[in-house]
Design a protein around this ligand. Structure first.
Ligand code: CO
Ligand code: ZN
Length: 332
């Protein structure tokens, strides 16, 4: 598990710059696909067809992009000012490191302030790539970087800078490997782009596929750390079946089916009601004529920080739940 996961979470892929992830995932899923394609936006579509008459079209989405930064200005002394790609929180920046597509590493610093307790806005931060001026700066305006942090396993806890949503990609890859050759649905696994900037890749893919059922695989917050905002999701309590988030109310019949399949298969699960944020399920739900959408969430601490943390037992539960769902009939 760890070798594949390490390669996924350490790869470079801020929104809009997902090529390395696509190249990494494609050969892993190709043996399990009837056909495979990449659309104009860069979504990787892995299709498993079926001979079953009247089969439902099912779309599974896991996003390959991650949050990051983009250079907006290079100072005379060779420092970069930057903007965010997705939900970057200013209090995670100082001392953090970023990596550009060519491997250039940058260290994030912050302008001096007399109020050392205050969190400075993103605009007061800069990136130091070791340049002394514009001439020897290896970065151009418009270059994007992801955060740079090694994967670490601490017992059941797995920590990395991009569990959101490479752990969803891992669940999708592993489910593809385990699914029987003939699944009674017409299933397309979409490794989607640009989720972190507004679920854009999944929107295009869903408008192409026009699924009857759409299921996102993504992380969700937990309420199990000191002084956490109240939330009934904990690490280690199993896959979280999403009921709602701020972008979507999941299809009630699909939620019921997920619960039933989990119970039949003896998979420990929890129910998720998330106050903020959303997933690719939001896009799938309202694409084309609309579809029955839901989300299997992987509980994750410290989302959008360099140390996003999941529990390997929850990950296994998510894989099992997805395989159980896709292997049986889907009656909503
Ligand atoms: Co995210
Ligand atoms: Zn995500």
């Amino acid at each position: 598990m760890h070798d594949l996961l390490r390669s996924l979470v350490e790869a470079y892929g801020p929104s809009g710059f997902e090529d390395a992830l696509r190249d990494l995932i494609r050969p892993l899923v190709e043996p399990h696909a009837d056909d495979i394609s990449v659309d104009a936006m860069g979504n990787l579509l892995v299709h498993k067809s079926t001979a079953a008459a009247g089969a439902l079209k099912v779309m599974i989405a896991a996003h390959i992009d991650e949050i990051g930064v983009m250079a907006t200005h290079i100072t005379e002394k060779g420092f970069l000012r930057f903007t965010n790609i997705g939900g970057v929180m200013p209090h995670t920046l100082l001392g953090n490191r970023v990596r550009f597509a060519d491997g250039t590493i940058g260290v994030i610093g912050v302008d001096h302030s007399d109020d050392r307790g205050a969190i400075q806005p993103l605009s007061k931060h800069f990136i130091d790539v070791g340049a002394t001026g514009r001439e020897d700066c290896p970065v151009r305006v418009g270059d994007a970087a992801g955060f740079d942090r090694a994967f670490v396993a601490r017992g059941n806890y797995l920590t990395a800078k991009s569990m959101d949503d490479r752990i969803g990609c891992y669940v999708a890859i592993e489910a593809l490997r385990r699914l029987p050759a003939d699944v009674p649905h017409d299933v397309t696994f979409v490794f989607s782009v640009q989720e972190e900037v507004g679920t854009r890749g999944a929107e295009a893919a869903a408008n192409r596929i026009l699924p009857d059922v759409g299921i996102a695989l993504d992380v969700t917050r937990t309420g199990d750390v000191p002084e956490a905002k109240a939330m009934s999701v904990s690490l280690g309590d199993g896959p979280a079946i999403k009921v709602r988030d701020s972008g979507m109310i999941a299809h009630a019949g699909l939620v019921r089916l997920m619960r039933r399949r989990a119970e039949e298969a003896g998979i420990r699960y929890q129910m998720e009601v998330l106050d903020g944020g959303s997933t690719d399920a939001r896009s799938m739900q309202v694409a084309g004529p609309g579809c029955a959408a839901g989300c299997i969430s992987i509980p994750c601490r410290y989302v959008h920080s360099p140390s996003e943390t999941v529990d390997s037992r929850d990950v296994e539960g998510c894989i099992q739940l997805l395989v159980a769902l896709l292997s049986g009939s889907i009656d909503l």
